[in-house]
Design a protein around this ligand. Structure first.
Ligand SMILES: Cc1ncc(COP(=O)(O)OP(=O)(O)O)c(N)n1
Ligand SMILES: Cc1nc(C(=O)O)sc1CCOP(=O)(O)O
Length: 426
């Protein structure tokens, strides 16, 4: 394999900085990621003034990306204190002025924050990248691994922001996987990079969402099921038997305790069939019953806060009607987006319809898999699945399944049409 990216940690002497600088000039690499390891975990500054000067003047102007943590950013900037995300933004801009094309200031050491916030600056826009804070002593090597992952993603052809996002996700998952490993006696242990190879040997779920699970997304409505005289759990069971591939409990008028009991009963059914169960809006209910994730809208808990509350292993879906919302959902650590209303619906009041064109626009702007929602049933699902955008993975449906006498029959019918439509698309 040809990997044409160089990643460097802090170099122990000015001589090596100079040699590297010279060889990079002679043999330029397509992308240079610089991880300035210049402050030890205990806070000692590892780089003397001459190394710092060589680093600033010779390496940074060549770098496509530099990835200091807040202590290293502070050293690079002559000792300014960084205590907030706003300070990190100012630091990213000042470091950018030193010449690198992109800057990622890592906020893992920022005190008092629920999640780990990194600030990415590409010279024009800032992005705050959130991930959950994993409580573990095994954090040794995260900075080097992050930079190496970014370099590897760039070599695979990713854009800089995508590479950073993917690398952050790798680190977050690896930290969760390594949380309880005990190696050595020091205050800090190493984390395990090989979790993908060891999949199956840990209780940690590595791939939160299989996008194919979005194919037929059944979203419950207690009013409808009550009207037809069945429990939420019975409705969920029938929909799964009919072919539903993922379930969302959207119980707008349920009391918390009633909702939690229903969620636990549904979870038992879903686990039996290997179907993920998500909770609409209620992060507390999702946490209490250990559901597989949540779905949040634009006026609900922001996805990055949901991620920090739920941790790296849970699925998060976000409703998006515009390309900007889709981009933000991706930045915030969502796993999929729900986009609609594709058609008018009576299930959700005052819902803006975006049509097939709006759906296509959102799909094209989204780096995440998309599920279409709103007024979808057997008569129009084919038109939705045939819009010809590969990341449209399925349809989410409420009334076409649950406002019917027989959930099993309706789900089977819808499933059959979707299967036919998707086989024609392929
Ligand atoms: C899959 C899916 N997509 C969109 C929605 C709508 O969620 P939201 O915007 O939060 O609106 P409410 O469902 O809360 O009315 C969804 N629930 N599922
Ligand atoms: C819950 C919901 N969200 C929508 C959105 O556009 O985000 S449309 C919708 C209701 C979907 O119900 P039905 O399948 O009965 O039309």
């Amino acid at each position: 394999m040809h990997v044409d990216v160089v990643k460097t940690g802090m170099l122990p002497s000015l001589g090596i900085v100079k040699v590297l600088h010279k060889s990079l000039r002679e043999y330029p690499v397509p992308a240079l990621v610089v991880d300035p390891v210049m402050v030890s975990t205990s806070g000692d500054v590892l780089a003397g003034p001459s190394i710092l000067a060589g680093f600033r003047n010779e390496l940074l102007p060549m770098a496509d990306l530099v990835t200091p943590n807040i202590k290293e950013a502070s050293v690079l900037l002559g000792g300014v204190q960084l205590e907030s995300v706003s300070d990190m933004r100012s630091a990213a801009k000042l470091i950018h002025d030193m010449g690198p094309r992109n800057v990622l200031v890592k906020g893992g050491h920022l005190p008092d924050s629920l999640d780990a916030i990194d600030v990415f600056f590409d010279g024009e826009s800032f992005h705050e990248l959130h991930s959950s804070r994993i409580k573990t002593r095994n954090t040794h090597g995260t900075g080097c691994t992050l930079a190496s992952c970014i370099a590897a993603e760039l070599a695979k052809g990713s854009s800089m922001l995508s590479a950073v996002k993917d690398a952050k996700h790798f680190i977050e998952t690896a930290l969760a996987y390594s949380r309880d490993i005990i190696i050595g006696k020091g205050a800090q242990g190493p984390f395990d990079h090989h979790f993908r190879l060891k999949n199956g040997q840990s209780s940690c779920r590595l791939d939160r969402l299989n996008p194919n699970d979005l194919l037929l997304y059944a979203v419950t409505d207690s009013g409808m099921n009550r009207k037809w005289g069945r429990s939420i759990a019975d409705a969920v069971k029938s929909s799964i038997e009919g072919g539903a591939t993922i379930i969302q409990l959207r119980e707008k008028d349920a009391e918390t305790r009633e909702f939690l009991e229903a969620a636990k009963a549904c979870l038992e059914i879903c686990r039996l069939h290997g179907v993920p169960l998500l909770i609409n809006d209620r992060i507390d209910v999702a946490l209490a019953c250990d559901a597989d994730g949540v779905h949040v809208g634009q006026s609900d808990m922001p996805a990055h806060v949901a991620r920090s509350l739920l941790g790296p292993e849970k699925i998060i879906g976000v409703s998006c009607k515009t390309p900007e919302q889709a981009q933000q959902a991706w930045i915030d650590g969502a796993d999929y987006i729900g986009s609609g209303g594709v058609y008018p619906t009576n299930t959700k009041e005052n819902n803006r319809t975006i049509g097939l064109d709006g759906l296509r626009t959102v799909c094209l702007a989204s780096k995440l898999p998309v599920v279409a929602i709103g007024g979808i049933g057997t008569s129009n699902v084919r038109a939705v699945m045939e819009i010809g955008v590969p990341n449209l993975k399925g349809v989410a449906v409420v009334s076409a399944l649950f406002d019917r006498e027989c959930v099993l029959t309706e789900t089977r019918k819808l499933h059959a049409v979707i299967m036919e439509a998707t086989s024609l698309v392929k």
